[in-house]
Design a protein around this ligand. Structure first.
Ligand SMILES: *[C@@H]1O[C@H](CO)[C@@H](O)[C@H](O)[C@H]1NC(C)=O
Ligand SMILES: *[C@@H]1O[C@H](CO)[C@@H](O)[C@H](O)[C@H]1NC(C)=O
Ligand SMILES: *[C@@H]1O[C@H](CO)[C@@H](O)[C@H](O)[C@H]1NC(C)=O
Length: 396
C-alpha cells in the first residue's frame, strides 16, 4: 500500500522538522536565560558555572589581560566551619555564600586609576576637593558613560576640583567576565576612572566594595576633603553640592544624606534585603544614610575606616557604614536636598521631572541614562526661570 507509506514518511519528516526547530529554539532560550541570569549579578550562582574550560583559560590569560594587576594575592578560601552553623543548609544560596566568604577582605586590583588622580600633580586640575566614588556594576557601561558626560565631569567648580571614579567588581559568570573585563580595561585606558577588584560584584558584596574602597582611599587619595559615595543611577547637582560642602569643614564630622532610623533586618526570605539571624543577630540597625547618595568629610571617612577594621562585614553596605559611625560615636545627618528614597514633586501641576524642582537638590535617584542627559542640559540653561513655589524644597 504505497499511499499510506508515503504519507507516513512525510509525517515522519515533518515531525523531525518540528522537533529540530523546537530543539533549536530551546537551546536559544536556554542561552538567553543564562545570559539574563549572568547579567543579574544579585543572583549569581557559582554552581551554574557548568563550563570549566574557559575558567581555566581565563586563569592562563590573566597576566596578559591584566597587565595593570598589582601583587598577586593569596586566594581566600571558604570558611568551611561556617557550614556547621545550625540552620546554614536551609539558607538561600547567596546567604550561604556570604557566610562562607565574609572574612575575605583582600582582593587584587584589576584596574587602578592614574596615580595623580587625587594629587593633581600633572594636568590642569588641582588637588581633589570632592571625590565622586560611584558604585557601578561591570555591565553598566551606559550609566558610566552618561555620568562622565553630565554631573560626573572632572572639572573645577567654584575653584575646587571634582574627581570621579567608579567602584566595580567582576561578573560572576566567567564568559561574561571576560567580556566586561575587556570593556573595563578600555574604559580605564580612555577615562582613567575605573577602580576594579577581582571579587564578584553582587548585591551582598557591596559592603566588601565599600571597605576595599576605604583601604584604597587611605593610600591613594587620603587628602580628598569630601567624598560623595553613591549609586550610578542618581542625578547629582555638582554646583549645589560644592556650595554646600564649601560651607563645611573637611576635618570635622560630616555624614549627610537620607537618614533611615528605627529599622532592623528584614527577616522575610524572599526580600532582596533578607538578613537572617545567622548573619545579624540584633533586631535593630543603627541610624544610617541610604546608600544611593552619601556625603562625607575626610574626618568621618577616616573614622569609618578605623571602625571597619573592627566590625565584621554584614551584607547591607549602607547599614554597615552606619554601624561604623555608631562605633565611633558619630551620627548621620539628614539633608533635605538628598532624595534617594522615593521622589515626589512638590506640586501636582509640575511633574517630578522638572528642572526647577531639581534646582535646590543635591542628589536624586532613579534616573535613566538619557534622563541624566536631559536634566543636565536643562539645569545648565541660563534662561531657566522658576517660580517661587517650585523653588521651595519640599519638606519631606
Ligand atoms: C563540623 O561539625 C562536625 C560535627 O560536630 C565536626 O566533626 C567537624 O569537625 C566540624 N567541621 C568544621 C570544619 O568545623
Ligand atoms: C568561620 O566561621 C565560624 C562559624 O561562624 C566562626 O566562628 C569563625 O570565626 C570563622 N572563621 C573566620 C576565619 O572567619
Ligand atoms: C563575594 O566575592 C567573593 C570573591 O569573588 C565570592 O567568593 C563570594 O561568593 C561573594 N559573595 C557573595 C555574597 O556574592
Amino acid at each position: 500500500m504505497p499511499r499510506p507509506k508515503k504519507r507516513c514518511t512525510q509525517a515522519l519528516i515533518f515531525l523531525a522538522l518540528v522537533v529540530g526547530i523546537l530543539f533549536f529554539f530551546h537551546d536559544h532560550d536556554l542561552e538567553l536565560f543564562h545570559r539574563t541570569r549572568s547579567q543579574d549579578s544579585e543572583n549569581s550562582d557559582p554552581q551554574d558555572k557548568v563550563i570549566q574550560e574557559p575558567q581555566h583559560q581565563q586563569r592562563i590569560m590573566e597576566p596578559q589581560t591584566l597587565a595593570l594587576s598589582k601583587r598577586p594575592l593569596e586566594p581566600c578560601f571558604a570558611n568551611v566551619s561556617a557550614a556547621n552553623l545550625s540552620g546554614f543548609s536551609a539558607q538561600p544560596r547567596h546567604i550561604q555564600d556570604f557566610l562562607l566568604y565574609k572574612h575575605c577582605r583582600d582582593f587584587p586590583i584589576l584596574q587602578d586609576v592614574p596615580s595623580n588622580k587625587c594629587t593633581g600633580s600633572s594636568g590642569d586640575l588641582g588637588p581633589v576637593f570632592l571625590l565622586l566614588a560611584i558604585k557601578s556594576s561591570p555591565k553598566n557601561y551606559e550609566r558610566r558613560d552618561l555620568i562622565r558626560r553630565t554631573w560626573g565631569q572632572e572639572r573645577e567648580v567654584k575653584g575646587a576640583t571634582i574627581r570621579r571614579l567608579f567602584l566595580v567588581g567582576t561578573d560572576a559568570d566567567v564568559l561574561e567576565a571576560q567580556k566586561v573585563n575587556q570593556l573595563l580595561a578600555m574604559e580605564a585606558q580612555t577615562y582613567g576612572d575605573i577602580l576594579q577588584w577581582d571579587f564578584y560584584d553582587s548585591f551582598f558584596n557591596l559592603t566588601l566594595k565599600q571597605v576595599l574602597f576605604l583601604e584604597w582611599q587611605a593610600v591613594q587619595c587620603p587628602d580628598a576633603a569630601f567624598i560623595f559615595n553613591g549609586d550610578d543611577d542618581v542625578f547629582v547637582h555638582p554646583d549645589n553640592l560644592m556650595i554646600y560642602l564649601q560651607s563645611n569643614k573637611a576635618d570635622e564630622h560630616l555624614y549627610v544624606g537620607y537618614v533611615i532610623s528605627n529599622v532592623g533586618p528584614i527577616r522575610v526570605p524572599w526580600s532582596k534585603y533578607f538578613v537572617p539571624e545567622l548573619v545579624v543577630k540584633e533586631n535593630r540597625y543603627p541610624p544610617y544614610c541610604a546608600g544611593g547618595g552619601i556625603l562625607m568629610s575626610r574626618f568621618t571617612t577616616r573614622a569609618i575606616r578605623r571602625a571597619s577594621h573592627l566590625i565584621p562585614l554584614i551584607p547591607i553596605d549602607d547599614v554597615y557604614l552606619g554601624m561604623c559611625l555608631e562605633h565611633e560615636g558619630l551620627t548621620p545627618v539628614r539633608h533635605m536636598g538628598v532624595k534617594v528614597v522615593g521622589i515626589q514633586s512638590p506640586s501636582r501641576r509640575i511633574g517630578s521631572f522638572n528642572p526647577c524642582f531639581y534646582q535646590d537638590l543635591l542628589v536624586v535617584h532613579r534616573f535613566l541614562p538619557y534622563e541624566l542627559l536631559l536634566m543636565w542640559d536643562a539645569i545648565k540653561k541660563p534662561d531657566l526661570k522658576c517660580s517661587k513655589t517650585v523653588l521651595q524644597t519640599p519638606t519631606n
